[in-house]
Design a protein around this ligand. Structure first.
Ligand code: DAH
Length: 342
């Protein structure tokens, strides 16, 4: 067979193989079979040695041209296969965005947070600023400045967690009052929500960690009537116009006079139920006119200014708001309970 015929045979053979092969690996094998060290074209090139010196250049030219063509055929097929492979991959990796799937689990706000949100938005609606203070507090702010000196018997009523002689876990949010009076000039109107701590036992109505919202108003002609009016408005706004407040005389070292405030039971609207032990009223806060001694200790002239303050127990309000009978449910983090407050 002459060189040209042999080249034609190789090319024809290659065409058939290229048409039938289906992947890149097979194509690489075919390339080796033709152009590799033991390939058919390589063999043809070697056979040139037996040709006469006159025939050689012509044969050489032919083979080189053939090799170029063969290379192009293989490259073209390679490009073709690669394109197909890419297309296949894209097809396989397609995401069906309409396919149903499991929904991500989204958290829900805690009922205490919901109740807090409600009270704070009512208070800010009445012109109160929200102010926060530290949970680990100096004895000085938690007690001293609130007219509870070291030997004061009322300190015992607050089962305090002491960090050391001068540092406590705050037993109420009232220290934020003192901090604010020292740092702002009157008029002052603030609401201070936060976590408080007492070495209490755990039962359906007690927890060593709970929450309060402190309110403080300082201005020139503030009276007990303003206090009563503010609380009345607040609770009517929160729970409805049929809700009333009732003041009972009480004692707190930081207020004079002091009162404890009952609210028409928001569960039974005053008829009497389990939540209010049949009385129709529930105790929700302590309050009073800021003791002039406290004003003075906190740098406010008690001849010029007066103030009132109150401290709301948040858990109490939350439980009433949602008819929760056991406070422990608020701390256990049981999902079956929490998911009901979506
Ligand atoms: N700090 C008091 C407590 O934890 C609650 C309280 C009573 C706060 C009277 C006040 C207040 O601001 O005027 O029991």
């Amino acid at each position: 067979m002459d060189i040209k015929t042999q080249l034609d045979v190789i090319r024809e053979e290659l065409e058939k193989e290229l048409a039938s092969l289906t992947d890149i690996r097979q194509l690489e094998e075919v390339r080796q079979k033709v152009l590799g060290k033991k390939g058919t074209l390589t063999a043809l090139l070697r056979s040139m040695g037996s040709l006469s010196p006159e025939e050689r250049p012509i044969a050489g030219q032919m083979i080189n041209k053939g090799r170029e063509e063969i290379g192009q055929m293989i490259d073209a097929r390679m490009a073709d296969l690669k394109a197909k492979e890419r297309e296949e991959k894209l097809r396989k990796d397609t995401i069906d965005v309409t396919e149903p799937r499991e929904l991500p689990r989204v958290g829900v706000p805690h009922p205490t947070s919901l109740a807090l949100e409600e009270v704070l938005s009512a208070l800010t609606g009445l012109g109160f600023d929200v102010v926060e203070g530290p949970e680990v507090e100096l004895d000085h702010y938690n007690f001293e400045l609130l007219n509870l000196p070291k030997d004061h018997p009322a300190r015992d009523a607050q089962d305090t967690f002491y960090v050391d002689d001068n540092i406590v876990l705050r037993t109420h949010t009232s220290p934020v009052q003192a901090r604010t009076m020292l740092s702002r000039k009157p008029p002052i109107r603030i609401a201070c929500p936060g976590r408080v701590f007492r070495a209490d036992e755990v039962d359906a109505t007690h927890s060593p960690v709970f929450h309060q919202i402190e309110g403080l108003v300082i201005d020139k002609d503030v009276t007990m009537g303003d206090l009563k009016g503010t609380l009345d408005t607040l609770f009517k706004k929160l729970y409805g116009d049929d809700i009333e407040t009732r003041f009972r005389p009480s004692f707190f070292p930081f207020t004079e006079p002091s009162a404890e405030v009952d609210l028409t039971c928001i569960t039974c609207r005053g008829k009497g139920c389990r939540m209010c032990k049949g009385t129709g009223w529930i105790e929700v806060l302590g309050c009073g006119m800021v003791n002039p001694k406290v004003l003075e200790m906190c740098g406010i002239d008690s001849n010029e200014y007066r103030g009132f303050a109150f401290g709301i127990g948040l858990e109490r309000i939350t439980m009433l708001r949602y008819g929760i009978k056991d406070m422990r449910l608020l701390y256990e983090g049981d999902e079956r309970f929490l998911r009901q407050f979506r």
